[in-house]
Design a protein around this ligand. Structure first.
Ligand SMILES: [Zn+2]
Length: 280
C-alpha cells in the first residue's frame, strides 16, 4: 500500500483531467442541418423534429419501439460453424465475428422473435445493421428459414424488417446461396398461405433487395429510406445517364410499383396492426 499512489495520485489526476462529456449529445440532421438533442430525437422515434428525416434506427431500438417488454420472446439462432472459407481480409473473419458479437451482444445480423404486436401474435425477424452492416451470410439465411418454419407451424404471419448492405463478402459464394435459400423460405410461406410482410428500412441494398426483401405479400417502406441493388453511382457510370435525385428512395419505388406503402415511422406500428387485422 502506498499512500502517494493510492490516494494522492488519483486525487491529483482527477483535478487535472478534463471532465468527460458524454459524446453525441447532439445529432446533426443530414437533410436540413439542424442540431437535435439526442433526447428529442429518441422521443421522436429517431426522426428529425424539423424536416422529418428518418435517422437509421438500431434493431434494439426498433424492438423497444414496436414491442412491449413482456411481449417479445427472442428465438435463439441455430449454431453454425463460423468462417467456412477461412477468410481473411485486413482481419480474420473469425476475429471480426468475435468483435461484433461482443459489441452487439448478438450472434449474427438477424434477430428472430416470436412476439405480440399490440396483442397480435407474429413471428418477427429484424435485420441488425450494427452487426457487420446487416450483411447476409449463412446464419442470416438459416434464421429466415427457421422463422418461416415456425410461422408455418404456428400459423402466424411473418414480418421481416430489413436493413442490410447485402451479402456477406467474407462468406463468398455461400453468402450468395442465401438468396435462393431465403426465396425458398418465402415460397414455403406462400404454399401454406402464411402472410409475409416486409418492412424496408434505411438502407436495404444488394443481395437482400435481390431476394426475400422484394417478395412480401405486402411491402412497406419507411419514409426516405434507401432501397436498391447496386449503388446509384455504379448504375450511372454503367448506363451513362443522369438518374433522378430521389432514385432508390422509398417514395420513388412506390411510384414505380415496387413498394405498397410508404410510412412515417410514427405510423409504422399502426399500419402493421391494420394490415394484420385485415389479413385475419
Ligand atoms: Zn432535419
Amino acid at each position: 500500500m502506498n499512500w502517494l499512489t493510492n490516494f494522492v495520485k488519483p486525487k491529483l489526476s482527477a483535478l487535472v483531467k478534463r471532465k468527460e462529456v458524454p459524446e453525441n449529445l447532439w445529432n446533426n440532421c443530414p437533410k436540413c442541418g439542424n442540431m437535435i438533442h439526442h433526447k428529442d430525437l429518441k422521443e421522436n422515434f429517431q426522426v428529425c423534429t424539423s424536416c422529418n428525416y428518418h435517422f437509421r434506427m438500431s434493431a434494439d431500438n426498433r424492438i423497444d419501439f414496436l414491442f412491449d417488454k413482456e411481449n417479445k420472446i427472442e428465438i435463439a439462432l441455430d449454431n453454425i460453424t463460423d468462417d467456412p472459407l477461412k477468410f481473411t481480409d485486413s482481419k480474420k473473419y473469425k476475429d471480426r465475428l468475435k468483435e461484433y458479437r461482443k459489441k452487439t451482444k448478438r450472434n449474427d445480423a438477424f434477430i428472430l422473435m416470436e412476439s405480440r404486436l399490440e396483442n397480435r401474435e407474429v413471428v418477427c425477424g429484424m435485420m441488425n445493421f450494427e452487426f457487420m452492416g446487416g450483411s447476409m451470410g449463412r446464419a442470416v439465411g438459416s434464421a429466415i428459414v427457421k422463422g418461416a418454419k415456425i410461422a408455418v407451424e404456428k400459423k402466424l404471419p411473418f414480418i421481416i424488417f430489413t436493413s442490410s448492405g447485402g451479402a456477406r463478402m467474407q462468406e463468398g459464394i455461400i453468402s450468395l446461396m442465401q438468396m435462393p435459400r431465403s426465396v425458398a423460405a418465402v415460397e414455403l410461406l406462400n404454399q401454406n398461405n402464411i402472410p409475409y410482410i416486409v418492412v424496408l428500412t434505411e438502407p436495404t441494398t444488394g443481395g437482400v433487395t435481390a431476394s426475400f426483401a422484394m417478395l412480401g405479400d405486402i411491402t412497406i417502406a419507411e419514409q426516405g429510406s434507401t432501397i436498391g441493388f447496386a449503388g446509384k453511382r455504379v448504375i450511372q457510370d454503367t448506363i451513362r445517364e443522369e438518374l433522378p435525385i430521389d432514385f432508390q428512395k422509398a417514395e420513388y419505388l412506390k411510384d414505380h410499383g415496387m413498394v405498397d406503402i410508404v410510412v412515417h415511422r410514427k405510423e409504422l406500428k399502426k399500419t402493421l396492426v391494420n394490415i394484420l387485422d385485415h389479413l385475419k
